[in-house]
Design a protein around this ligand. Structure first.
Ligand code: FES
Length: 170
């Protein structure tokens, strides 16, 4: 299979040089994989914290896809973000075991306390709140993940302690 060259510059590119270099490096490294789109999007988000809109044409051209196809995948999977996250990312589990053990109460508490919904970031940029659907920690439900660390058996007080660690570095 012949692959289209990675574009040296896209007209609408508004990525800072380091971000652009990251996107191109990920695309070059992974584009020959079967089903390369998802690994590429993961690689971009792992490095930049999100998949910027300006990365979409680069990925689309390299994989011979339309921009709409790439955008469709980004918006289909909850995991991918199009906007840069806050300094901390809290992912609250909304899957069954956690729901059964009180995750809804945590959800309400977080929305009230932070003044944001899922997929939103506090006005001061401290925290992004996201839903997640099972962290593999069901035995210790309800669970959440803060900046990659899983926490279980959470109640309102425990989640407030997690928030306090984020707010401390404001
Ligand atoms: S259902 Fe929440 S960790 Fe599995």
């Amino acid at each position: 299979m012949s692959l289209a060259p990675v574009p040296a510059a896209a007209p609408e590119a508004d990525l800072p040089p380091a971000a652009r270099a990251h996107v191109i490096a990920v695309v070059e490294r992974l584009r020959a994989l079967p089903g390369a789109l998802l690994p590429i999007l993961h690689g971009i988000q792992d490095g930049l914290g999100h998949v910027p809109a300006a990365a979409v044409p680069i990925v689309a051209q390299a994989l011979n896809l339309s921009r709409a196809e790439v955008h469709g995948v980004i918006s289909f999977y909850h995991h991918f973000r199009s906007e840069a996250p806050g300094r901390h990312v809290l992912q609250l589990c909304r899957a069954e075991a956690c729901q059964a053990m009180g995750a809804r109460e945590l959800e309400r508490h977080l929305h009230d306390r932070l003044g944001i919904g899922f997929h939103e970031t506090t006005a001061d940029g401290t925290l992004t709140l996201e839903p997640v659907y099972c962290l593999g920690n069901c035995a210790c439900a309800p669970s959440a993940m803060l900046d990659g660390d899983v926490h279980g058996r959470l109640g309102v007080e425990a989640i407030d302690r997690l928030l306090a660690t984020c707010e401390a570095d404001r």
